[in-house]
Design a protein around this ligand. Sequence first.
Ligand code: ASP
Ligand code: MG
Length: 407
Amino acid sequence: MALIVQKFGGSSVANAERLMNVAQRVIETYRQGNQVVVVLSAQGDTTDELIEKAMEIDEKPSKREMDMLLSTGEQISIALLAMAIGKLGCKAVSLTGQQIGIHTDSFHTHARIEKIDGERVRAELDAGRIVIAAGFQGINRHGDITTLGRGGSDTTAVALAAALQADLCEIYTDVDGVYTADPRIVPNARKLKDISFDEMLELASLGARVLNNRSVELAKKYSVNMVVRSSLNDHDGTLIKEVAEMEKMMIKGVAYDKDIARISIIAVRDIPGVAFKIFKLLADKDINVDIIIQSIGRGDTKDISFTIARNQLTDAVDLINKNLDYIGAREVNFTHDVAKVSIVGAGMANHPGVAADMFEALAKADINIHMISTSEIKISCLVRWDEAEKAVQAIHEKFELGRAAEE
Ligand code: ASP
Ligand code: MG
């Protein structure tokens, strides 16, 4: 008997009809002789709507109360699914993060899971019940409700799969799997049969919105076999595992992220310790920095530019402005008018010329590159915001990612 964790996203449980469809799928897996733990997100746009409600009252609401509010979304969907499964003649029980024993730290609205008890879940499974777990939520050591950050239900699913030593963690969503690019932008984008944890991790953090990146991090750490597939059909989906089959493709996908901003600190004194001061200030405020460029000095100063998430721009700029004297810099400027376009693939490590091909694609499309960063398995370019889609199309075409379809 296998233990399978199945996670369904918000669109898969958006209404009664979809919920009944999910109930049927879950029951099918159960009737094949498996133990099944289902993890759910909130229905449809519930979480966004709850955030709006909070904003109507206070634009900077208490984070503890935000968690109290947002966790209700998942509580609705799990109760409804347990009813749907019951109606179809199977035994199911819904459990909140607290009932499952999902213990987190106390960083409200972006808590991390520290430990999962799992006894209750095991007891329910042994009693022959299907367990319906609320995604995205846990409790801290004071017993207060916490949430794991947007898209956190994926993390719940993988963490439960790891804690229960499940045989498989299936992530059901409204797309067929992981694609070479966003199919809404690149019509001939192709679904990948499999992808490695490292590649998926890059794609997820570079803006491919199929999976939450912390969930992939966890899956890698605990070697959880994961598959992403559609809740609306029976297609195979994309398998995410330690080492993907050596496909002919060295590039797995093109991703883009428009939710970023660029900050430049101008005329920074050219002495040891300056970069440390800047990035320590940001780190202490939990501001994540991505691409960093330091210019060659002129006179005794230099410029330092970097990108951050767009929603942290105001905080970061305020922080630097307040500390210009301490840093030893003249001024700071910034722009929203940027997007990051990236290619990912473990194969590029042993292929020279990949970067040149990417830059050639952008040059031919007449797209200017503002910043570049590379790692073993990815290359990212900063381009103008309104050129992101065109850049993705040009690069996808250049590497013939759609054409590998007919293998
Ligand atoms: N409902 C939460 C959100 O929308 C968690 C999730 O969907 O994974 O972010
Ligand atoms: Mg959601």
